[in-house]
Ligand binder design. Structure first.
Ligand SMILES: NC(=O)c1ccc[n+]([C@@H]2O[C@H](COP(=O)([O-])OP(=O)(O)OC[C@H]3O[C@@H](n4cnc5c(N)ncnc54)[C@H](O)[C@@H]3O)[C@@H](O)[C@H]2O)c1
Length: 327
């Protein structure tokens, strides 16, 4: 299969690209490098381009004779989306429409879309299932749900097949310690915590200590990028024109922010400076997935169900690359 991966130089996209290439697929990244890292992409597999440049993306899809698109490119920070909805609608909604139009023009009819737990409404019964109400409460969640719906409508009208993969908290690093999380604007808990441990940040800020959870901090479901990559490969093998599927990707274990901090301290072997501050808009108290559907239908088997395993891989990356890919 020939696959074009928008956002394929980013954290999750590049992990999927490395796996697909290792397993003999002909895949390339198409990324504007806003948050991408050239060193995360296997040599010769990066095309620099923007999903808002429809003509360029169309020519790349035609030249590569792509069979499928994996669409990772997005702006993906809940707090940023609240202050900058314009940028989020441009990239996540208009950009997704460009991807679909480029696919139509080039005759590509398979797409796997990186969706998110943020498309679900707050305050629902846990774990969230694929049929739980999708009533997003942040611009990020709204724009990603718009992407899901647009892909569905295009698929129905123009004979495409799709799989939406709704990740919960993507985390961890490659087992060899050579590739991991490295963004210009970091907003994810595990890297933020480990950046304190390597001396690049002063302390970890924990937003909210008064949620109705076992220790007052937010509960999330952490899923390793290797396990996300496995799911993408399984989804690719089962994707045909006419397929219309959506799957949650989480391990079904709710872990609090303070428990993640303790796991990081165990991995690092010393305390990590932190402070509990007020809640942040857009953060629900608890998000936990049921991934039973993808386990049953596609045979997905996560290899990293425990937070300590995930954090150990992340620490192997951060401790050996304190400056990220620039190390
Ligand atoms: N990280 C998570 O926990 C998480 C959870 C749920 C869903 N997701 C989704 O997964 C996808 C990947 O997330 P990530 O964590 O790897 O983010 P990331 O920021 O590391 O990767 C996104 C990539 O898209 C690229 N990009 C952004 N705008 C672009 C544009 N206009 N044209 C081309 N490329 C562009 C960036 O340069 C970056 O390399 C996103 O769609 C995100 O919404 C991520």
């Amino acid at each position: 299969m020939k696959i074009v991966m928008t956002g394929g130089a980013g954290y999750v996209g590049s992990a999927c690209l490395r796996r697909l290439v290792r397993n003999g697929h002909d895949a390339i990244a198409y990324d504007n490098m806003l948050e991408g890292n050239e060193r995360a992409v296997p040599e010769g597999r990066l095309v620099v381009g923007d999903i808002n440049d429809r003509a360029h993306l169309t020519s790349v899809l035609r030249e590569t004779q792509a069979d499928a698109v994996m669409h990772f490119a997005a702006l993906a920070s809940v707090p940023d989306s609240i202050g900058m909805p314009d940028r989020y609608y441009q990239t996540n909604v208009v950009g997704t429409m460009n991807v679909l139009e480029a696919m139509r023009a080039a005759g590509v009819c398979r797409i796997i879309f990186s969706s998110t737990a943020a498309t679900y409404g707050f305050g629902q019964e846990m774990p969230l299932r694929e049929g739980s109400a999708q009533l997003p409460e942040t611009p990020y969640g709204t724009t990603k749900l718009a992407g899901e719906r647009m892909i569905h409508d295009y698929a129905q009208a123009f004979g495409m097949g799709y799989t939406h993969l709704r990740y919960f908290n993507a985390s961890g690093a490659d087992a060899d310690g050579q590739y991991g999380e490295d963004r210009r604007l970091e907003g994810h808990l595990i890297p933020l915590t480990l950046l304190v441990a390597v001396g690049r940040r002063e302390k970890l800020l924990i937003y909210g200590g008064d949620y109705e959870t076992r220790d007052g901090s937010c509960v999330r479901d952490y899923v390793h990028t290797d396990d996300l990559a496995q799911a993408h490969e399984l989804a690719l093998h089962s994707l045909e024109p006419g397929t219309a599927r959506a799957y949650n990707l989480g391990v079904g274990q709710g872990v609090t922010v303070l428990e993640v901090l303790r796991a990081c301290e165990r991995a690092v072997g010393r305390p990590i400076a932190h402070e509990v501050v007020g809640r942040r808009p857009g953060d629900p108290g608890v998000l936990v997935a049921s991934a039973d559907k993808i386990v049953k239908e596609l045979g997905w088997k996560p290899k990293y169900p425990e937070i300590d395993q995930i954090v150990a891989t992340a620490w192997a990356w951060h401790s050996s690359h304190p400056q990220g890919y620039a190390s």
